[in-house]
Design a protein around this ligand. Structure first.
Ligand SMILES: [Zn+2]
Length: 74
């Protein structure tokens, strides 16, 4: 399936016949197409770990930069 990953953010997959298209309506059978899942993302992705390290997510300071979920500072 070369070429599919290239445009995967806009790629829709037909629920009926499984063919890919860029619209939510299948060009082949006219069925409903939905966005295909992200093909490469997974929690085990070594690249993801590298990206987290790159952004210092493991650093405790990074956590403090996040907005608190319940507005502690009110
Ligand atoms: Zn179809």
């Amino acid at each position: 399936m070369e070429g599919v990953e290239m445009a995967r953010s806009r790629m829709q997959k037909c629920l009926d016949c499984g063919s890919y298209s860029l619209s939510t309506t299948c060009k082949k059978c006219g069925g409903i197409a939905q966005a295909a899942g992200p093909l490469k993302f997974s929690p085990q992705d070594p690249q993801a770990k590298r990206r987290r390290e790159y952004e210092n997510v493991t650093d405790p300071k990074w956590v403090q930069k996040l907005p608190s979920p319940k507005g502690e500072e009110e």
